[in-house]
Design a binder for this molecule. Structure first.
Ligand SMILES: C[S@@+](CC[C@H](N)C(=O)[O-])C[C@H]1O[C@@H](n2cnc3c(N)ncnc32)[C@H](O)[C@@H]1O
Length: 291
């Protein structure tokens, strides 16, 4: 198959219109397997038949279901564990110093999928009550996928999902076993809020986020779309805030709105409006300055 195939083109255009994602030739092999469930439910066997049904007045939700099925919602708790350690040990303490007066931290998990990233962040705070007890911590997770967000909102995960990334200790501390699976406790859920939004839309309320995570989301966007997303992310990031991308992702050659932060781990600072006098301990060490 190739994208010149009319039915593939229609599905690719639908995905792009709804999410900004590009269905390149090298992702086409996934289409039929991703849509297999929809084929089965409808008793159809190929994409041409599906495309015919897309215009059917009896199938108002089919286009949404197709888009949902084509999204890659892969995620897990503490994905790229070392990066969460850098957040816990370097970034959050630095934000705490900068926000000592307001005692308010705002974080945005953009493309949060089923919520593991946002809840992993919440666990970092909950694990150190002595530092954060009297702070207002707001973690906003947004995603385009309603299906993923409904899992996120339920806070319910299977044993397998729990075991992918979190320790037994964390499981027992932050989750409770229910007949439906392991459910995140209020201790972490109250910090987190989920909302449907595209990263291409205007940044979500309240904006001015101290830390924005947009990990493993940008890879399916064409370069101009990716640039537009970086613009949104930079609008959403506080002048002295941080952006974290996924392992293997970079801003280099993609945008000049962010520059790499010296502590690595795909962390970036917004450019231009950042107060140059404030340096993180890592930056101070690298610059040979006294802490
Ligand atoms: C591979 S998951 C990454 C989840 C998590 N950030 C991580 O790194 O584990 C990518 C997520 O991006 C979401 N996504 C794709 N296009 C989007 C868009 N335009 N706006 C918001 N979310 C989008 C998908 O629905 C999916 O849940």
């Amino acid at each position: 198959v190739a994208l010149t195939d009319a039915s593939h083109r229609i599905v690719a255009d639908l995905l792009c219109a709804r999410t900004g994602q590009q269905l390149t030739d090298n992702r086409l092999w996934r289409v039929s397997s991703a849509l297999a469930g929809i084929f089965r439910e409808r008793g159809i066997s190929n994409l041409d038949q599906l495309v015919c049904l897309l215009g059917d007045a009896d199938e108002p939700d089919l286009a949404t279901q197709v888009v949902e099925a084509l999204l890659n919602n892969e995620t897990y708790f503490f994905r790229d564990h070392a990066y969460f350690s850098i957040l816990a040990d370097n970034v959050l303490p630095e934000i705490a110093r900068r926000r000592a007066a307001s005692k308010r931290i705002r974080i945005w998990s953009a493309g949060c999928s089923t919520g593991q990233e946002a809840l992993s962040l919440a666990m970092l705070f909950a694990a150190r009550p002595e530092c954060w007890a009297d702070w207002s911590i707001e973690i906003l997770g947004t995603d385009i996928s309603i299906r993923a967000l409904s899992v996120a909102a339920s806070g319910l995960y299977s044993q397998f999902e729990i075991q992918r990334g979190i320790s037994i200790g964390q499981m027992l501390q932050f989750f409770s076993e229910t007949p439906q699976g392991w459910q995140a406790n209020d201790a972490i859920r109250t910090m987190v809020r989920f909302k449907q939004a595209s990263v291409l839309d205007a940044p979500p309320h309240p904006g001015n986020f101290d830390l924005v995570l947009c990990r493993n989301v940008l890879l399916y966007f064409a370069p101009p779309t990716r640039r537009a997303v970086f613009e949104r992310l930079s609008q959403a990031t506080a002048a002295d805030g941080w952006l974290m991308l996924g392992a293997g992702e970079t801003v280099i050659g993609q945008t000049d709105l962010f520059v790499p932060a010296p502590c690595g781990a795909t962390l970036y600072h917004p450019v231009g409006n950042r107060p140059q006098t404030i340096r993180t301990p890592v930056e101070q060490a690298l610059a040979g300055l006294p802490a």
